[in-house]
Design a protein around this ligand. Structure first.
Ligand code: MN
Length: 159
C-alpha cells in the first residue's frame, strides 16, 4: 500500500515537471510569452536586414524620452548613428553586438544594460546565429533626435 502511494506521488511529480518544462511551440504561443509585443517590421533604410519595432513610450515634452522594443533577426543591425541625448539598451532576449566607433564590438546577452554616451557614433544588432531583442530608451530628446549615418558593411560586421 505504501509503495503504491509512493509510485502515485512520483508519477504526479513527473507530470508536473513535464508540464512546467513545456516550451511554446507555435509563433502565437511564443508571442504570448513575450512581455512586450514584437511590433511591426521597420520599413526604412536605417537598418540592414529585418528588424521589428513596437513603440512603448512616445516622446513628449513631459518626459523628453522615447522607449521602443526592437527585435533583430540574425545578422540584422542598425546603421551607424548617434543620439544627442544618449541612449540606454536593456537586452531582453537573444544575443547581439554593440559597437562604438574605434572600439571592439561588445557581445550582448539577455540581462545586459548598455549605456551609450551622447553623440557617440555606434551601432547595435543581432549576432550571426541569434536574434536579439532589446528595449531602447532614448532620453533627453530635447537635445535632438537620432542622427543616422552610413550602413554597417558586412566587412565591419564580420570583424
Ligand atoms: Mn542607438
Amino acid at each position: 500500500m505504501k509503495s503504491k502511494l509512493i509510485v502515485v506521488a512520483i508519477s504526479a511529480m513527473v507530470l508536473m515537471v513535464g508540464c512546467t518544462n513545456q516550451k511554446p511551440e507555435t509563433p502565437k504561443e511564443q508571442e504570448a510569452e513575450l512581455a512586450f509585443p514584437k511590433g511591426e517590421i521597420i520599413a526604412n533604410n536605417n537598418f540592414t536586414g529585418t528588424a521589428w519595432l513596437q513603440m512603448l513610450v512616445n516622446n513628449d515634452s513631459t518626459y523628453n524620452t522615447s522607449i521602443g522594443n526592437v527585435t533583430f533577426e540574425p545578422k540584422a543591425r542598425t546603421n551607424w548613428h548617434k543620439h544627442p541625448g544618449g541612449q540606454i539598451l536593456l537586452i531582453t532576449e537573444g544575443r547581439g553586438y554593440y559597437q562604438e566607433k574605434g572600439k571592439p564590438a561588445q557581445l550582448l546577452h539577455k540581462g545586459d544594460v548598455v549605456r551609450i554616451p551622447p553623440d557617440a557614433e555606434h551601432w547595435h544588432g543581432a549576432a550571426a546565429e541569434y536574434s536579439l531583442t532589446h528595449i531602447a530608451i532614448s532620453p533627453n530628446t530635447d537635445k535632438g533626435s537620432v542622427v543616422w549615418l552610413q550602413p554597417v558593411s558586412d566587412e565591419e560586421y564580420n570583424r
